[in-house]
Design a protein around this ligand. Structure first.
Ligand SMILES: [Zn+2]
Length: 407
């Protein structure tokens, strides 16, 4: 490609603007000269960017500096009342929404049941309505919303935000991002739920020593995502991290994706519940039968974990087998990626430390290089809004990268 001087200069200008913005978010309130030093650009460039930010009400003055001699410098801060953005976690049973101000501060969150995912278009329009109603309740005008990031479980096509396949919803080829965008003036972005979760988790548990994180989402389904540095590794088509659909048992049960013996089909929350339902329906003696009141169809993974905690041998067998398989799956991913850290997140991780210990033991047993590998395996934040928060983060990062922010 030929060198395009104008394009190059526009990119530099945008990068400078982004860096000044980040400096104001992370280190503000701050004066112009300090920004120039931190970002390593000239004071006149900072002054031009700051003037532009003032005009667009992105920043405000918070007074004069108190120290030094001569003219006191004006202190600047992000204007937290002017622009907002939203993150939405579309769960199979619950919708969670967070709204952030321009400085990244969260101003509100909410959750509501989502209901039946069919017909798809009606479900999507309901999701949109819930988000818009919440924004209105916060007394935010639509022209103040810079964008909305949506997290959706399943295979999501990079760029288009189309659902290639979402087995838990029974969707295939759904143009989710296009349908969400209809009637919304600000940009809408759809990402895979585990990718959004990983972005938030790795940021919430950030340390300088960690460079590559494998985030594993253990819930109703199973997924994974890879973070290198501060960036999400999406793969060529945006569908990296499908750990749940790696086959761990060729003779295992049929998976919703069409394969047999996928990790998700033998170790997810749904698989744990289904195994217990089948056994209890055949009148097996177990604490699980007591917990479900004899209604085998009503058994969920939580009941199985509760029975295992109480020492029930059947429940322990199911939970230990799930942990063993998850450990095998993770060991394969670690062998390939060699990350510094594996973060275990999702609903299954809310069932006490014993499950994490069992996964760890299985993973260590199956790893290729047991010595010489520095690997941290830890539980995630257990924050139920982590995916929604990740969706809003991914949205902002993407808007800056695309240079489409109207600020
Ligand atoms: Zn599968």
């Amino acid at each position: 490609m030929a060198y395009d001087k104008k394009l190059y200069q526009a990119q530099i200008a945008q990068t400078n603007k982004y860096n000044v913005f980040r400096c104001l978010v992370r280190e503000g309130p701050i004066n112009r000269a300090a920004i120039a030093r931190r970002v390593d650009i000239s004071i006149p460039t900072v002054m031009a960017i700051v003037d532009d930010f003032f005009e667009k009400k992105v920043i405000r003055s918070v007074g004069k500096g108190e120290f030094g001699v001569g003219k006191q410098p004006e202190i600047l801060a992000i204007n937290t009342d002017q622009f907002f953005y939203a993150g939405v976690d579309i769960g199979r049973s619950t919708l969670r929404v967070v709204v952030n101000n321009l400085a990244g501060g969260e101003i509100a969150s909410m959750k509501e049941p989502t209901g039946d995912p069919f017909p798809e278009k009606e479900f999507i329009s309901h999701v949109k309505k819930l988000m818009l109603r919440f924004i209105k309740k916060l007394k935010i005008e639509l022209n103040q919303v810079l964008g909305a990031g949506f997290a959706m479980p399943g295979l999501i096509e990079g760029g288009t935000g189309k659902v290639i396949m979402a087995p838990d919803f029974g969707w295939k080829g759904t143009p989710l991002q296009d349908w969400l965008q209809e009637g919304i003036p600000c940009p809408v972005l759809v990402k895979n739920s585990t990718q959004a979760l990983a972005v938030n988790e790795s940021s919430a548990l950030w340390t300088d020593e960690i460079h590559t994180t494998l985030c594993v989402n253990l819930g109703y389904g199973i997924g994974a995502a890879i973070i290198t540095g501060e960036n999400l590794y999406e793969g060529t088509g945006g569908i990296s991290g499908e750990l749940g659909h790696c086959v761990v048992d060729r003779d295992g049960p049929l998976c919703k994706c069409g394969n047999t013996g996928c990790l998700e089909a033998v170790a997810s929350g749904e698989a744990i519940a289904r195994q217990a339902q089948t056994i209890i329906a055949h009148h097996a003696r177990s604490k699980i039968a007591e917990l479900c009141g004899g209604d085998a169809a009503g058994i969920d993974a939580k009941m199985v974990f509760e029975a295992a905690e109480a020492g029930d041998s059947l429940a322990l067998k199911i939970v230990n087998s799930a942990a063993e398989n998850i450990g095998i799956g993770i060991s394969m991913a670690v062998n390939i990626l060699d990350p510094d850290r594996v973060l275990l997140c999702g609903g299954l991780m809310r069932n006490g430390p014993a499950f994490l210990d069992r996964i760890k033991a299985s993973m260590e047993e199956h790893l290729a290089a047991k010595t010489g590998r520095s690997l941290v395996l830890q539980a995630g934040t257990r924050d139920e809004y982590s995916t929604a928060r990740g969706a809003s983060r991914v949205l902002m990062n993407t808007l800056w990268a695309r240079r489409t922010l109207p600020i």
